[in-house]
Design a protein around this ligand. Structure first.
Ligand code: FES
Ligand code: FES
Length: 153
């Protein structure tokens, strides 16, 4: 069974017909072609699929599409472009924090929320903000450093 949902995606109104049992992650990737949001575990444990729902980070693999109606969704495609990188994206590149690249979009989304609420976060606050993200290559040091440096811009 399908439903038609309307929501705001990266600042633009969207209306789409989608099976009710689909997740937001599947909608973004398979129907809307926004493959910047990644699927890691698919069960809410790795954070790779993190997007912003009304400004707060959520695991898109756990959000069913009926919950999205009337809400605002922001994905990695909405925060910067090749021509105009977000300061966090630039900092991740400059500090070698994009290691696998797979978990990076989700970490950037959570980091963006942190920096929009705290202009000068402590190291503990940075760690807390990315605590829902698994970096399987364990390169957390570069990631934390990149977020800290971006907060100084
Ligand atoms: S893919 Fe959603 S938390 Fe891992
Ligand atoms: S940078 Fe993605 S798993 Fe470590």
């Amino acid at each position: 069974m399908g439903i038609t949902i309307k929501f705001v995606l990266n600042g633009e109104p969207v209306e789409v017909e989608v099976p009710t049992h689909w997740t937001l992650l599947r909608l973004l990737r398979e129907k809307l072609g926004l493959t910047g949001t990644k699927e890691g575990c698919g069960i809410g444990e790795c954070g790779a699929c993190t997007v912003l729902l009304d400004g707060m980070p959520v695991n898109a693999c756990l959000v069913l599409v009926p919950k999205v109606g009337g809400r605002k969704i922001e994905t990695i495609e909405g925060i910067g472009s090749r021509e105009s990188l977000h300061p966090l994206q630039k900092s991740f590149i400059d500090h070698g924090a994009i290691q696998c690249g797979f978990c990076t979009p989700g970490i950037l989304m959570s980091s963006k929320v942190l920096l929009s609420t705290k202009s000068n976060p402590t190291r503990e606050e940075v760690k807390e903000a990315i605590s829902g993200h698994l970096c399987r290559c364990t390169g957390y040091h570069q990631i934390i450093e990149a977020i800290e440096k971006a907060s100084e811009v």
